[in-house]
Design a protein around this ligand. Structure first.
Ligand SMILES: [Mn+2]
Length: 380
């Protein structure tokens, strides 16, 4: 039995003020292509369908088109809400869509729904668990003291009746202790949202969402498939993919991945202004990628981002790595001593050195002198 495992689409997300909608539409098309080729028995979306509880209209339209195409492909679709989704809004119409093979986890009410999948000799139950916080669970189990995410999920799983004879698959959106995080995930205050993987040990496969870098979590049979796109520069070096989980029988899971190539990659570039704007250096590169550029020039370039955009239209972030940024000194006014024997130019040179960790150049000194002469006429 073959399952395609997706999560963290974050439809409607803006990254550094750039809308990702076009990139998301492109990557969903690639995913549909993979689904057509793989012919899975089910497609899982493990939460964070949208980036916001109230997503922009274009994001809802994009998901509507994607879901319609997925459902047309005959394989059932399994969806849960993540911490970014509104469980109420995401599960709108879920009972109506069931007949069309689209299964969306309803809002948690103390029970966890499952869908039975049968292919040849393999029978699996797909349990749909929306993202849960301790407060969501506490109200249904007043007898139990639930003071952590781990205790909450332990209680939820403890109250599920697993069928030992079949393959039990859990779709969940939680943070398993030890998983490697990225900047585009929402970290809970104090980092108390982690759950030990032993809580999910009785499942044959746990299809996880929440963490944006694809990785196994806790065991062979627990996996984060990751987001289909890079959503922060901390993911620049990651490779995104779709997870294909093949269940060959009870406890026998075969994991493989299909790489996802985005419309625009997210990359980090570093060099001097001259190097980066030299045609020979950029001519065979994808200049319209989303870039974080670090300039190494000692002198700040006037309107650097505007000028660089004529070569790299999608710069998202620009900073400098030079003597000034490497060593920030505290800058304070000159002391009383020596005040009288220092010229305005002398004071300014001192301030410049403190801020930039280097002396002014001859050209700068000349410019400064001209300014001072303009201001004081006699140029003391
Ligand atoms: Mn997410």
């Amino acid at each position: 039995m073959k399952l395609i495992h997706l999560s963290d689409l974050h439809l409607g997300k803006r990254v550094n003020e750039f809308s990702m909608l076009e990139d998301q539409e492109y990557i969903l098309e690639r995913i549909l292509g993979i689904v057509r080729e793989e012919k899975p028995d089910g497609v899982i979306i493990a939460g964070d369908v949208y980036d916001k509880p109230v997503p922009p209209a274009e994001a809802v339209q994009l998901f509507d088109r994607f879901l319609t195409n997925l459902a047309d492909g005959s394989a059932p679709v399994f969806i849960i809400s993540g911490n970014h989704d509104s469980p109420e809004r995401l599960s709108f119409g879920c009972r109506l869509m069931r007949d069309k093979g689209v299964h969306i986890a309803p809002v948690y009410d103390g029970t966890v729904e499952y869908v039975t999948l049968i292919n040849g000799g393999t029978e699996a139950r797909i349990y749909l668990l929306p993202f849960l916080k301790p407060a969501h669970v506490r109200r249904y189990f007043p007898e139990t003291e639930i003071d952590s995410y781990e205790k909450a999920l332990e209680t939820v799983v403890g109250n599920m009746e697993l069928e030992p004879g079949v393959c039990n698959v859990l779709v969940a959106h939680q943070f398993i202790t030890g998983a490697g995080r990225s900047d585009s995930e929402e970290v809970s205050v104090g980092g108390l949202d982690n759950i030990d993987s032993s809580v999910f040990k009785d499942f044959d496969y746990v299809a996880l969402g929440h963490i944006h870098r694809p990785q196994q979590a806790g065991g062979e049979n627990m996996r984060y498939c990751g987001s289909p796109l890079k959503y922060s520069f901390s993911e620049a070096a990651h490779e995104k993919s779709v997870t294909v989980a093949e269940i060959e029988g009870k406890g026998k899971i075969n994991i493989s991945t299909r790489q996802l190539i985005p419309l625009h990659d997210m990359r980090e570039l570093r060099g001097s202004y001259e190097e980066l704007t030299d045609r020979r250096n950029y001519k065979d590169t994808a200049v319209d990628d989303y870039l974080h550029i670090t300039l190494t020039d000692e002198e700040e370039i006037l309107d650097a981002i505007g000028k660089l955009r004529s070569v790299y239209p999608n710069i998202m972030k620009l900073d400098y790595d030079n003597m000034r940024t490497r060593k920030m000194q505290s800058v304070s006014g000159p002391g009383d001593e020596g005040r009288t024997d220092k010229s305005p130019a002398g004071f300014f040179e001192e301030l410049y050195e403190l801020q930039n960790n280097q002396e002014m150049g001859a050209e700068q000194k000349e410019y400064l002198q001209r300014l001072i002469e303009d201001i004081w006429e006699d140029g003391r």
